[in-house]
Design a protein around this ligand. Structure first.
Ligand code: NI
Length: 155
């Protein structure tokens, strides 16, 4: 495993749409391992492939209940209940914003073997899924936030 460099949000790659993954091979597995290691090292709860410089529809999330790898994730249902909360991103160090997200989402994806699964997530897990799937569509939290927080207020 290896730590990969995290791309900053000023880079073009974070504003592009990612491509569907079709090969579930050892190269993918080592990328997934590296992404998890990179996320944990940076104390993040989620990381998407474009953040390590690859336009692939892959993200990893761990909000404290164990690692989940999502390949070709698709949000299929969102709750009408919306939660407004503070959000940050490993590609935007020191920047935080208030972002509205559905309280609950249903997502379908493939695992590292290419098998389909679907899960229902709530609260922080749902927020992380929305944030990471946005990355796969070239959208960052700053594009869709209600407002940015003043760094002086965070001290
Ligand atoms: Ni992010």
């Amino acid at each position: 495993m290896a730590i990969r460099t995290i791309v900053k949000d000023t880079e073009d790659i974070l504003h592009k749409k990612c491509r569907t993954v079709e090969k579930f091979d050892e190269k993918l597995w080592s990328l997934l391992d590296d992404m998890a290691e990179t996320m944990y090292k940076a104390n993040g709860v989620g990381l998407a492939a474009p953040q390590v410089g690859l336009l692939k529809r892959i993200c990893v999330i761990d909000v404290g209940n164990g690692l989940v790898e999502f390949i070709n994730p698709e949000i299929t249902l969102t709750s009408s209940a919306i939660i407004e909360d503070t959000e940050g991103c490993l590609s935007s160090p020191g920047e935080y914003a208030i972002v509205k997200r559905p309280k609950k989402v249903k997502v379908k994806a493939q695992n590292r073997k290419g098998e389909e699964f679907s899960i229902v997530a709530e609260d922080l897990f749902a927020r992380a899924i929305c944030h990471e799937t946005d990355h796969l569509n070239g959208v960052i939290f700053k594009d869709i936030c209600e407002y940015m927080l003043d760094p002086a207020d965070l001290k």
